[in-house]
Design a protein around this ligand. Structure first.
Ligand SMILES: [Zn+2]
Length: 359
């Protein structure tokens, strides 16, 4: 390429200045004027110094490539493993996030290689999206969701947020033990079955795992009452939570009815006669509000019920039935993984609200 140095003029110089300005370098009163004078010479040298290049004030191939890489912002292009490797500050930013979240990329070198791909795929698995190793809009949304739901407790440098703070500020989650209960268990108990054959027990596993992954990402301890594809009796589920002295117990279910028109969101806490769990009620209401506003299904209310898992657990406990699996429309929604992730995030938001963590 053409070399640009002190004395050069024109559009090429203007491009260089514009890129440097975008990176925060200051050209003083002359601004981006297309003239490579003393000021531009100083700025170019500073840039070369900052990026570990030879400091000669000349914009040749190396400095130009570095300028291009430095100005990539996350979301401006797809990031994935290809040869030659993609390089740039967007990759560097991604690597920083992944490392902060505990998915090691190795060196933060701005090069999208195998270890970065592996870390990104681990992240994708953890937030419940298919691990394709591509940073496109859905994965970027997952980061965005994470930022939205965690806000003050989780400071990560997103492009739309400049300050970087250490991950240690999420310590509230570090001491949290949450028991996640997948309703039913097939075989032998599939729970309610949708018009096209979707099993409540299996969707509950998916929802519970998505929710648990969000919590684990923040360092909370998550214990599942049963494995996928197994059944466990209700008292044993409660006993497990009591034994490990969990802080919160959450049971994932879906509603079912012989009336195929029945639809909507309901949430439960323990109540029997004039006894009820005050904390459980608070937890159920916090979750219910989030489910309602996020899913926008009809409000089937919060109810006190004498369910075994709610009665026998000693910690705040709630049972969710976010939608009816027996309703054609709601069963269809459940087949969409974005909808299932939405449920997980809403429950998570509710738990956060219950814990008094502002978002
Ligand atoms: Zn159920």
């Amino acid at each position: 390429m053409k070399l640009f140095r002190k004395g050069s003029k024109g559009k090429g110089v203007k491009d260089i200045q514009a890129k440097l300005a975008l990176l925060g370098y200051n050209f003083g009163p002359t601004g981006v004027d297309g003239a490579f004078g003393d000021c531009t010479d100083m700025v170019v040298k500073q840039f070369q110094q900052d990026r570990g290049l030879i400091v000669d004030g000349i914009v040749g191939e190396d400095t130009w490539r570095e300028l291009v890489e430095a100005t990539y912002r996350l979301g401006e292009r797809l990031l994935y493993l290809k040869i030659p490797y993609l390089r740039g500050d967007d990759v560097k930013q991604l690597q920083k996030w992944l490392n902060r979240l505990g998915f090691s990329t190795g060196a933060v070198d701005g090069i999208y290689g195998f270890s970065t791909e592996k870390a990104l795929m681990e992240f994708q698995k953890n937030v419940g999206i298919s691990p394709d190793g591509i940073l496109g809009s859905s994965t970027l949304d997952a980061f965005h969701n994470l930022r939205k739901i965690l806000h003050a407790d989780f400071k990560v440098a997103f492009p739309w947020e400049e300050k970087i703070e250490p991950v240690s500020s999420i310590s509230v989650f570090k001491d949290l033990v949450v028991v996640v209960d997948f309703g039913h268990g097939y075989p032998p108990d599939p729970g309610a079955i949708g018009p096209s054959g979707l099993k409540e027990s299996e969707i509950c596993e998916d929802l519970g795992l998505r929710f648990g992954n969000l919590l684990e990402l923040l360092g909370a301890k998550v214990v599942y009452t049963r494995q996928q594809g197994h059944y466990l009796n209700l008292s044993k589920r409660a006993a497990l939570a009591n034994k490990i002295e969990a802080n919160i117990f959450l049971s994932f279910h879906l509603n079912g009815s012989s009336n195929s028109k029945a639809e909507g969101t309901s949430t439960y806490y323990f109540a029997a006669g004039d006894q009820f769990s005050k904390e459980g009620k608070n937890l159920a209401y916090a979750i219910h509000e989030e489910l309602l506003s996020s899913l926008e299904r009809s409000d089937d209310r919060v109810h006190g019920r004498n369910f075994a898992v709610l009665r026998e657990t000693k910690m705040p406990a709630a049972l969710m039935e976010p939608v009816f699996i027996t309703n054609i429309e709601e069963e269809k929604l459940l087949k969409d993984e974005n909808f299932r992730q939405k449920i997980a995030i809403a429950v998570f938001d509710g738990v956060k609200k219950f814990l008094g963590i502002r978002s």
